[in-house]
Design a binder for this molecule. Sequence first.
Ligand SMILES: Cc1ncc(COP(=O)(O)O)c(C=O)c1O
Length: 318
Amino acid sequence: MSELKSFSEKQSTVESLDTIWMDGEFIDWDEATIHVLTHGLHYGTGVFEGVRCYDTEDGPAIFRWGDHLDRLYGSAQSFDIELPYTPEELTKATRELIDRQHLDDCYIRPIVFYGYDHLGLNPTGSPIRTAIAAWPFGAYLRDDGLENGVDVTVSNWRQFASSQVPTNAKMTGGYVNSVLANLEARQGGYDEAILLTPDGTVAEGPGECLFLVSDNKLHTPALSEGVLPSITRESVIRIARDLGYTVHHESTISLDKLETADELFFAGTAAEITPIRSVNDIAVGNGTKGPVTDEIQSRFFDIVARRTDDYGEWFTLV
Ligand SMILES: Cc1ncc(COP(=O)(O)O)c(C=O)c1O
């Protein structure tokens, strides 16, 4: 199982990991602190993104930055947050942050939240705080997960419906659901969870969307099932179709389909394309990375390393 490295461990190997952009300025990593009575800390009133920057032949290149920014501004609207910075300003800050810290392959975390002013559910009047951090990341789910696949369990927690929390927004508070599912899975000895919708059909992972392969065709739950409009999901749909696969992206996937699937894989910024080798201790296919997953995964890694000129519009060079 992979244990995510602490920031101090990372800083002990990457000395230049010392800067965070916060509210318009580059500040020391250790100075990027907030008051304990910050609204976002108490009520989860923040929105964020997770973005990867890849080390490519053209230098560090941010994957689908514009789409992540669009989602960030969209998520902010759900909380009546008006971002105090333009997309151009956030882009300039991010490029410079990566450059200042001499990073190439890294994860970027922009976050916008209601700050310190008063406590009470109504956040109006609290300052809007904005920060961007970037750090080296690597594989997310387990060290050998990309190659050998991960073991997952179906969570007892259900994904919330869009009538409960906006599921198309990436809100900090919404992630309690994901954290509970991930903790439960880890405590059971699994690498990750799969969440079902309130109706009991398959939704997604706590931080990843899900693809199922059956008879050489791909299926992924419809956005109307309350899954995050994942940027990797959209990329995989396009890559798979360009490779000639049929992709059903409006599927309702019943629980039993997980057991009979030829292949399953997670897709997400952190997880990239991670094969799922078992669900509730039952092997998926032959319990290894399947051929369709393998083909899509290798195409994905060729694209993000920019070993092909295709999909050039997906990258923002640092
Ligand atoms: C709940 C959830 N689903 C799916 C994803 C994958 O989304 P993306 O591909 O945009 O990273 C994420 C990650 O952000 C997530 O948190």
